[in-house]
Design a protein. Structure first.
Length: 141
């Protein structure tokens, strides 16, 4: 009986282990302009990411073709106060700010331990690609 109770407790407790990570959206901070902070996250499957409106005029949207197979894309509204999305599927998620994609406002979220490096969309603006290359160089071994 005690063992069953202990198992039940561990089953009930495990969803509480899922974390919510906060990403702020800035016109400018000490690292640059039109920028997410952080620009890179490595999280566990089932964790959530909460995009917070720190400055006006931004959103968070997945880049077509740059999310894991079987994952669902998402797109928050511009100026949404906070937008929280759970990411259950392992892999790399490339995120853009819809109005500032051309200015290089992008970030990378890796879910799980073995997320592959993202394959760049062919029509990706140069400044977005440059930002991704910097993010990858600084964060992936
Ligand atoms: Cu933006």
């Amino acid at each position: 009986m005690k063992l069953v109770a202990a198992l039940l407790v561990s089953l009930i407790a495990s969803p509480a282990l899922a974390e919510t990570w906060e990403v702020k959206m800035y016109n400018r901070n000490e690292h640059g302009s039109m920028i997410y902070e952080p620009e890179y996250l490595k999280i566990a499957p089932g964790d959530s990411v909460k995009f917070v409106k720190s400055h006006a005029g931004h959103n968070a949207a997945t880049i077509d073709g740059m999310i894991p197979e079987g994952a669902e894309g998402f797109k928050s509204k511009i100026n949404e106060e906070d937008f929280t999305i759970s990411l259950p599927v392992e892999g790399s998620y490339a995120i853009k700010c819809s109005p500032h994609y051309g200015m290089g406002m992008v970030m990378l979220i890796e879910v799980g331990e073995n997320a592959p490096a993202p394959v760049f969309a062919e029509d990706m603006p140069k400044r977005a690609r440059d930002r991704f290359e910097k993010i990858i160089a600084e964060n992936r071994p």
